[in-house]
Design a protein around this ligand. Structure first.
Ligand code: KG4
Length: 291
């Protein structure tokens, strides 16, 4: 509901700013620069954030930095470790599933992406069919974490190269679940089994492609970001499969879902690189990584 989201941004931005300064124990006049998400995202919500940032930058005469949302997710990893190049960045969120090759700071080459729906959105839709509350990915994780659950065999998904695909499995599973429910055959054990099986199918497909790409591009490190990188099975599996071959860096749980700290983190790097923006840039609902 983009309209509701924009209104809530507008209603809350002042309180959030006030609270941030109070918690950080600093005054606005102590700021060196302001970093803000300039896209991609919901345009109404982006406008609110960008306008707030522009106002602060203009009033205190400090530089403004326009940050790409996905680059922010990638740089959240700098809270956990240093970047070593070449590295792969895996961005998995409600709206994105991308495998990105980075040969240097702020250099992004998308080598694989979803051909249809994003992994987080697919988790949410299947969770809803299973009767789990939003955000579905989080509740699938809670239901299945650290348990020995029987796996239901699901069809293998094919996508070219390092690309990914989630919609086929999502649609066939939601149909199957609705069918079972209609026949009164869905039990709590089956809900758990479907939840774990889809989690495993989605994550295994992703990691098969990630490790194939890591080998082909001879990377030294793999980093992850986005809401789905909070998933317990994914975090465990990427380490289990990759730790002897690559350095694996995963962001702390608190900065996996959308947050402002990661935007400040990448903002400080851009500031040191001298990459600041003029006050007249406009937020963009869709924006290429690296632009
Ligand atoms: O990055 P994010 O906060 O928002 C954007 O999409 O930009 O990601 C939200 C997505 C939702 O689809 C949510 O279900 C998923 O991340 N998510 C998870 C987990 N935590 C959040 N999916 C699986 N397991 C989790 N633990």
């Amino acid at each position: 509901m983009p309209e509701v989201a924009s209104r809530l941004h507008l209603e809350n931005v002042g309180y959030v700013l006030k609270d941030c300064f109070a918690q950080a124990g600093i005054k606005p006049e102590q700021l060196t620069a302001v970093a803000v998400t300039g896209g991609p995202g919901l345009i109404g919500a982006l406008h609110v954030g960008v306008l707030a940032a522009k106002t602060i930058a203009n009033f205190y005469q400090i530089p403004l930095i326009n940050v790409h949302h996905l680059a922010g997710h990638i740089y959240a990893n700098e809270f956990a470790g240093k970047f070593i190049f070449p590295q792969l960045a895996v961005v998995v969120s409600g709206g994105n599933s991308e495998i990105i090759l980075m040969k240097d700071h702020m250099s992004f080459e998308i080598i694989g992406e979803t051909l249809d729906d994003a992994i987080g959105e697919s988790f949410d839709k299947i969770a809803r069919a299973l009767g789990l509350a939003y955000p579905g990915g989080v509740n699938i994780d809670k239901l299945t974490k650290d348990q020995d659950i029987p796996v239901i065999k699901l069809p293998k998904v094919h996508a070219s190269g390092y690309n990914l695909s989630y919609s086929g499995l999502k649609s066939s599973l939601t149909r199957k679940i609705k069918d079972l429910k209609a026949k009164g055959e869905m039990t709590p054990e089956l809900v758990k089994s479907y939840a774990f099986s889809v989690e495993k199918a989605f994550v295994d497909q992703l990691l098969d492609k990630v490790f194939k790409a890591a080998k082909a591009y001879k990377v030294k490190q793999i980093v992850m970001g986005g809401g789905v990188s909070a998933n317990s099975y994914l975090r465990k599996e990427i380490i289990r499969r990759g730790q002897d071959l690559y350095k694996i860096v995963i962001p702390p749980l608190w900065c996996t879902t959308d947050n402002a700290a990661m935007i400040a983190k990448i903002g400080s790097r851009l500031y040191k690189m001298g990459r600041t923006d003029s006050l007249d840039f406009a937020p963009q609902a869709s924006r290429e990584l690296g632009q």
